[in-house]
Ligand binder design. Sequence first.
Ligand code: AMP
Ligand code: GLY
Length: 388
Amino acid sequence: MKVLVVGSGGREHALAWSISQSPSLTELHAAPGNPGIAELAHCHPVRADDAASLAAELRVDLVVVGPEGPLVAGLADELRHRGLAVFGPSAAAARIEGSKAFAKDVMDAAGVANARTLAAAEPPCVVKADGLAAGKGVWVCHTQSELDEALAAVSPPFHVEELLEGPELSLFAVAAGEQACAFPAARDYKRIGDGDAGPNTGGMGSFSPLPDVADDEADEILDTVHRPVLRELAKRGMPFQGLLYAGLMRTPDGLRVIEFNCRFGDPETQSLLPRLETDLLPILAGGPAPIGVSAGAAVTVVLAGRGYPERGDIGTPIEGVADATATGAHVFHAGTALHDGRLVTNGGRVLNVVGTGDTVEVARTAAYRAVDRIHFGGMQFRRDIANG
Ligand code: AMP
Ligand code: GLY
């Protein structure tokens, strides 16, 4: 099977790595990819949004779309229109991520518990930009001054909802219409600083499995969260095909959905795929089937560049990736480039270091041992990933 992966981050590197191990794979392509992906695939300097023509030219058997932007913009529709197979939802179904108001309407119609919408913006509350915001369109406001800042920063239309509290978990399901099967739960660390201090980011680390989510609870979440939403989307004539990501919070009143995404999560995917024992490619190509994972664990530490999350960093030389890989860890590239043959930073989140092991403890130790081998000017990372 000839496959094209669309995207250029750590999630896409992890997807390319997992797909590259499939016995069914004959050729792997990426658009645009990155220097890490280039070790596994032919990278084409094409923007994700222009990937449909490339896929047609290459006559690939499957296109796997990583990021939400091209999906919300209709890339999967364009590919299907050209007769190409794609893992990723239509623009209509991708609105489950692309519009907070649409997601809320679908959840309410499907009877899925989520945060209550508030008529008035008063603290405590959460302010959310309606459209895509790369993880940065959410303001959690405990005080009036936080709310004032949020209201000054958010561009309309926006949405105000109750502030929920409790541990978060991400549950991914491969879905086709009303059929779905789940990956194990994972946890993402959204704040820049240790102890969840500082602003939200695209994600500073992740791990799986979660000690507080048993397998039978994951099945229950699939039944009470994903399946009702899939049925509601199908009923509205927009069946979902691809990866349905539920971000949940365990509140004192039970589990509540915080958000749906229409694609694999970043950086949770980097902690899930190294645990897979099932060949990923037939599931991406053929739809839901039981997903087998190892009993072991994986921990991902994101290495971000100077100035993140306010801005990205470009052109700072990176040292030690080969040494880190030699420890047995996976090093997925997220924002890197090659300048005159030298690896340099090219974005906010630069590298994802994944340690694996029999337990979360062992995996965490392995991840941080590998992190210690990597250096670049301004490198920032959290030291408390998977630490309770
Ligand atoms: P989102 O972009 O919707 O995933 O939101 C980003 C982060 O903001 C979530 O992972 C939560 O940590 C936080 N958040 C979102 N909605 C709420 C809410 N209703 N109550 C508390 N925190 C929230
Ligand atoms: N891990 C958060 C996201 O992918 O949106």
